[in-house]
Design a protein around this ligand. Structure first.
Ligand code: ADE
Length: 438
């Protein structure tokens, strides 16, 4: 199998470099890590297979890993999120890239097989499709997606493949849940650092990154005004919190949260939002956004209850939260009316509008989280990779050590020109007297 990059259009590389330049200007923490990596080359000899959204921010991470001495292979973590100009620019710089926007399911898993064919020492994942596929290979699972991956993975000896992997990282909530499930089953074959569990990741990326970029996607696709609307947010995890917060900031008339967890529901209520089941919210909402990680959070019954003109979008990792298959079957007709906006006419004559095919709206209909927030997420990724290279860990799911998490926060503050208060000697002594129990 020829190990050659495959991108939509190599001539887009110049445009991609401009985008990367812009992202680098807004990712000062990662750039600081890159300068240290250039001096120390801590990743020399590593082969990193990264399954991430192919965006300008990911490009800055990939360049940083390469500056640390690694050879990088990059494949997408969603069939519809690739920015083709970034894929072209990175391929030109010597990264092995197999990615284009709008891949079929088969092409998507061919890309994952391509990444495995390099026999990486480290894997980076966003959603765990690469890691899970490698584990399926190891455990002899042969389903449709694995068959697709095998078309490009070549004669991979699964045991050898896994033996060579020192460890991996996982970027997102859904991926961490999948990998913890593998661990519980006793099947996790190598250590994973759950980057999503760093404070400097989830408190910022999940909340403020998704909060802004989800609305960016909905607004680009619809150009609708949010002020005066009734917004329904399903799920009040960090992502849902961010989306609800920004809905309020954009002037939504009512923000309704749908939750299954009583503590989160209570929190939403005390944060000033209404809380009710989807059945009731369906009747009153103008814009519906799912952020639960679960399936069929908006089902056909909900959709049939919605008002004419309701807009539906998903911010969760997989396109399972809105039952688009049932909608396709039930609709009298469907047509695309703008990029990333489909109109469905229901048998009653009412119309509903689906943004970005129900796939993660911020990356499909916009550009994903802004660079400033990915700066921290990907600083965690870079430090996690370095940590895996420097430490032998047994297979488990780990959090990045708190010192490194704090280091990212310190660097971010310093690049923003913000100073911390420091404890006086007297305060230090006072606090350490507690630690001694005196
Ligand atoms: N996930 C969310 N936003 C992203 C971005 N801009 N780049 C890579 N992954 C992302």
């Amino acid at each position: 199998m020829a190990r050659e990059s495959k991108v939509r259009d190599p001539s887009l590389a110049g445009k991609g470099r401009d985008q990367l330049y812009w992202a680098e200007r807004n990712m000062p923490v990662l750039m600081e890590i890159r300068r240290r990596f250039e001096r120390e080359r801590p990743l020399a000899g590593q082969l990193i297979a990264a399954c991430l959204h192919v965006t300008k921010e990911t490009g800055v991470l990939v360049r940083t890993l390469a500056a640390g001495g690694a050879q990088v292979v990059l494949v997408p973590s969603n069939p519809l999120s690739t920015q083709d100009e970034i894929a072209a620019a990175l391929a030109e710089e010597g990264v092995y890239v197999y990615a284009w926007r709008g891949m079929s399911e088969r092409e998507y898993y061919n890309a994952i097989g391509f990444a495995a064919s390099f026999s990486p020492t480290i894997t980076l994942d966003d959603g765990a499709d690469l890691t899970v596929t490698i584990h399926k290979l190891k455990h002899g699972v042969r389903d449709r997606t694995v068959e697709y991956a095998l078309e490009t993975a070549g004669q991979t000896d699964a045991d050898k493949l896994v033996e060579k992997i020192r460890g991996g990282t996982e970027e997102t909530t859904t991926g961490v849940l999948r990998l913890r499930a593998l661990k519980r089953e006793g099947k996790l074959a190598y250590p994973i650092i759950a980057v999503n569990e760093s404070y400097t990741k989830y408190l910022f990326d999940n909340r403020y990154g998704t909060g802004q970029s989800t609305w960016d996607g909905i607004m680009r696709a619809t150009n609708m005004l949010v002020a005066g609307k009734v917004v329904v947010v399903a799920g009040y995890g960090w992502v849902g919190r961010g989306i609800a917060l920004r809905a309020r900031g954009l002037g939504a008339r009512r923000v309704i949260v749908v939750e299954v967890n009583p503590v989160r529901a209570l929190e939403a209520l005390f944060d000033g939002f209404e809380v009710m089941p989807m059945d009731r919210a369906a009747e009153v909402g103008d814009i519906f956004i799912t952020a639960t990680g679960n399936i069929r959070v908006i089902n056909l019954n909900h959709i049939l209850k919605m008002r004419d003109g309701a807009v539906l979008a998903n911010a969760g990792h997989f396109n399972v939260e809105i039952d688009t298959a049932a909608l396709d079957r039930a609709a009298a007709s469907k047509r695309s009316i703008r990029p990333y906006l489909d109109e469905y006419v229901l048998p009653s004559g009412k119309r509903v509008y689906l943004v970005g095919e129900g796939r993660l709206v911020n990356l499909v209909a916009a550009e994903g989280h802004p660079s400033e927030v990915m700066d921290m997420s990907f600083a965690n990724q870079a430090l996690a990779v370095e940590y895996l290279v420097k430490h032998e860990l047994p297979p488990d799911v780990y959090k990045l050590p708190d010192e490194l998490d704090e280091e990212v926060a310190r660097l971010k503050l310093s690049t923003m020109g913000v100073e911390l208060e420091e404890m006086t000697e007297e305060q230090r002594r006072y606090v350490s007297s507690w630690e001694l129990g005196t």
